[in-house]
Design a protein. Structure first.
Length: 358
C-alpha cells in the first residue's frame, strides 16, 4: 500500500472534517506518525515505516516538527493531528503530568516480551524507542596530532584548542546546560539538580567563540566538516556517517550525553489502536536491529542484539564499554516543577529566550 507524505496543515484539515462524523475516534486504515525529520526519519522509513505498511496494510502519514508546545497546542485546541510522536523524556513527563497524552495499552500489546525491554524506558504514557548520544566531535585537520578535545572542559578551552565552536541552541532537543556545567568543572556525580544560572554563565564564557548555536542535528557535523567550526557538540550517527564518507571529522565517547526518546500517543489521537500497533511493531527486536544497522543508536529491546554482529554492537552507544564513558541525562530534573508551577523545561525556554537576545 502506498505511504502518504503530506503537510501538517492537510492532516489538520482532514481531521477537522473527520471530527464532524461518527468516525472521529475510529481507525481509518492509517496512522499519523511524527518524527524528527532528516536522515533519521529517512532511515526510519526504510527500517520501520515501510515494513509496517507492508505487513499491516495500514498507511503511514508522516509529520515532523516534534515539540512539547506543539502537542500541547493540538490537544488543548481539541484538534489532535498526530497519532504517534517521538518525544524526549522530560517533555513526556510534563505532558503526562498535564493529562496531554494517552496511556499505552500494555495489557493487550507487547504480550510475552515486554520483559525484553530495558525497564527504565517503560512508562505508563510512553515507551522508549532508541538510545542516542551527543558527542564531542572535532575537525581532524584542525587537530591532526594525538592531542584532541576529549572533555567539555577541552571544548571550552579556546587557548589549548583554538577555533570556532558549534554549540546547541538552548531551545534545541538536548539543550547545552549539562555540558556547559561539565565544562565549568562540575563533576558528573554532582551534575543534578542542574544549576541553570551557572550553566548560562558558562555559556556566556564560550559565546564569543561560537560560530553558530545549532538548531538541527545536521548543522554541527556539517560545520565541522566545512571548517566553519573546529569542535562542538554533534550527534553520534551523523558524525560517524561523515567520518565513514572520508570527511575530516572524529569524536570522543568521553562525556557523551546519552538519553532516549519515547514513543507517545497524544491525548485524543484519532487512531489509537493503529498507534499501538505501530509502537509495538517499532519495538520488536528485528525491527530495532534493522534501524541500528542504519543509524548508530542503541536498541531498547535487548533481544535486538541477537540480530546484530559483534562488530556492529561494539559501535553502538548502549554497548557496555561505550556506555560507561557517557553521562545519562535526567528526565526527572527537566520535568520537575518549581513552586511557581513552571517545569524546568519551560524555565529553560524562558531563560534561553532572554539570554539569546542579550
Amino acid at each position: 500500500m502506498k505511504r502518504l507524505r503530506i503537510t501538517s496543515a492537510f492532516v489538520a484539515a482532514a481531521l477537522v472534517f473527520a471530527a464532524g462524523t461518527d468516525l472521529a475516534r475510529a481507525d481509518e486504515g492509517h496512522v499519523v506518525v511524527a518524527s524528527w525529520g532528516g536522515s533519521f526519519q529517512d532511515d526510519q522509513r526504510k527500517a520501520i515505516f515501510d515494513p509496517f505498511v507492508e505487513e499491516t496494510g495500514i498507511e503511514i502519514i508522516e509529520a515532523t516538527g516534534i515539540s512539547l508546545s506543539k502537542v500541547r497546542a493540538m490537544v488543548e485546541s481539541g484538534n489532535t493531528e498526530w497519532d504517534v510522536s517521538g518525544m524526549v523524556p522530560g517533555d513526556l513527563l510534563v505532558l503526562a503530568r498535564d493529562g496531554l497524552v494517552e496511556k499505552l495499552d500494555y495489557e493487550n500489546y507487547f504480550k510475552g516480551w515486554l520483559g525484553d525491554i530495558v525497564p527504565e524506558v517503560v512508562h505508563p504514557y510512553g515507551i522508549g524507542n532508541f538510545f542516542y548520544t551527543k558527542v564531542i566531535a572535532f575537525n581532524t585537520e584542525a587537530f591532526p596530532g594525538p592531542e584532541r578535545p576529549d572533555s567539555w572542559q577541552d571544548v571550552w578551552n579556546v587557548e589549548k584548542f583554538p577555533g570556532p565552536r558549534a554549540i546547541d541552541a538552548g531551545d534545541w532537543v538536548v539543550p547545552p546546560l549539562e555540558y556547559a556545567l561539565l565544562a565549568d568543572g562540575v563533576a558528573v556525580e554532582d551534575l543534578y539538580p542542574l544549576d541553570m544560572e551557572r550553566a548560562y554563565a558558562s555559556l556566556a564564557k564560550i559565546r564569543p567563540n561560537v560560530a553558530k548555536f545549532t538548531t538541527s542535528s545536521a548543522m554541527a557535523p556539517q560545520m565541522l566538516v566545512d571548517g566553519e567550526a573546529v569542535v562542538g557538540a554533534s550527534t553520534l550517527g551523523r558524525t560517524v556517517r561523515r567520518k565513514n564518507e572520508g570527511a575530516p571529522i572524529d569524536f570522543s565517547w568521553n562525556q557523551g550525553l546519552i538519553q532516549f526518546d519515547y514513543w507517545i500517543i497524544p491525548k485524543n489521537a484519532p487512531n489509537y489502536e493503529n498507534a499501538m500497533k505501530f509502537i509495538e511493531f517499532a519495538t520488536r527486536p528485528e525491527i530495532q536491529a534493522a534501524m541500528v544497522e542504519l543509524q548508530l543508536l542503541g536498541p531498547v529491546n535487548l533481544k535486538a542484539f541477537d540480530h546484530l554482529s559483534a562488530e556492529r554492537a561494539e559501535k553502538l552507544p548502549s554497548f557496555p564499554a561505550n556506555l560507561e564513558k557517557q553521562v545519562f541525562l535526567s528526565a526527572d530534573f527537566w520535568a520537575a516543577v518549581g513552586d511557581d508551577g513552571v517545569s524546568n523545561v519551560e524555565k529553560n525556554q524562558q531563560m534561553w529566550d532572554r539570554w539569546s537576545i542579550e
